[in-house]
Design a protein around this ligand. Structure first.
Ligand SMILES: C[S@@+](CC[C@H](N)C(=O)[O-])C[C@H]1O[C@@H](n2cnc3c(N)ncnc32)[C@H](O)[C@@H]1O
Length: 264
């Protein structure tokens, strides 16, 4: 038996949004390190073995986590490192991977349901609607973590497509200004999804011009995702090609236009 680290996506909050593979990874672990500030403790409690060592990473530095990984290598232990949502989105796993590669300890990533998906589901919206938005920008405002210069919210806003802002509600005024200055019209629909999929989930809708006031009035500072863009208010729009009877593809032959539209 050799030690290894499994980066597990715990999902956005609701314990039943953990994947089967994630559950198996937690159940296989000798040590479970989880981000207690965002991960539902039930996810760990339900799946970890009773004898597993449970560690809350929100109290630890990277150096302390690395010490756990060194022990896993030396004692041939399996570690489940449980991150909120999907580990590859703002999960700070790259620095852990560098440390694991240096230690010579194997690792793999078990994907999770991101809060992006949970927020869209809570908003009952598709993020990509034909003719309105076919791209989704995932970004954030700079905080203590600086942003690459070319990646300002203002610059991305110029595309006018769907944008998801993580980690940004504490600076709601700046967020609104950047989105407006970048070119979204003031009436652009916004959704603020607070603790999507948790029992106290809150979903607020407003036009962009009222975004900062809406976030502040609800006293939302963290654990919220802001979705912006015309797709969020889409009602009537172009049909997708994929499900058009006249559109054929690998798995379905097209009907003639007349048959497809009931005129044959
Ligand atoms: C450090 S990032 C982690 C993102 C995570 N890896 C993911 O895929 O969702 C934390 C940010 O994700 C967003 N977030 C995480 N869980 C959320 C939830 N249940 N509802 C809304 N936003 C959430 C918030 O913007 C929060 O500030």
């Amino acid at each position: 038996m050799i030690g290894r680290v499994l980066f597990v996506g715990a999902g956005p909050g609701a314990a039943d949004l953990l994947t089967f593979r994630g559950a198996r990874a937690i159940a296989a672990a000798d040590i479970v390190v989880f981000a207690g500030s965002l991960v539902n403790p039930e996810v760990v409690a339900e799946h970890a073995r009773p004898e597993a060592e449970i560690v809350d990473s929100s109290l630890l530095t990277l150096e302390r986590v690395s010490a756990i990984y060194r022990r896993a290598r030396d004692e041939h232990l399996v570690v489940a490192r449980v991150h909120s949502g999907d580990p590859t989105i703002y999960g700070a796993i790259h620095e852990q991977i560098a440390c694991l590669d240096e230690l010579g300890l194997g690792w793999e990533i078990v994907p999770g349901v991101s809060s992006l998906a949970a927020a869209a589901a809570a908003a009952r919206s598709e993020l990509t609607v034909p003719e309105l938005a076919q791209s989704v920008v995932l970004t954030r405002l700079p905080g203590r973590t600086p942003m690459p210069e070319s990646e300002s919210v203002r610059a991305f806003a110029a595309h006018g497509t769907t944008m998801a802002l993580f980690l940004s509600c504490a600076r709601a005024g700046v967020m609104q200004d950047e989105l407006l200055d970048g070119g979204y019209p003031p009436a652009t629909p916004c959704v603020v999804a607070y603790r999507a999929s948790w029992p106290d989930e809150l979903v607020l809708r407003c036009p962009l011009k009222d975004l900062a006031a809406t976030v502040r009035a609800a006293r939302i500072h963290k654990t919220a995702l802001v979705l912006v863009g015309p797709a969020l208010a889409a009602k009537e729009t172009m049909r997708s090609n994929l499900y058009d009877p006249a559109f054929g593809h690998e798995f379905r032959r097209p009907h003639s236009w007349k048959v497809a539209h009931g005129e044959a």
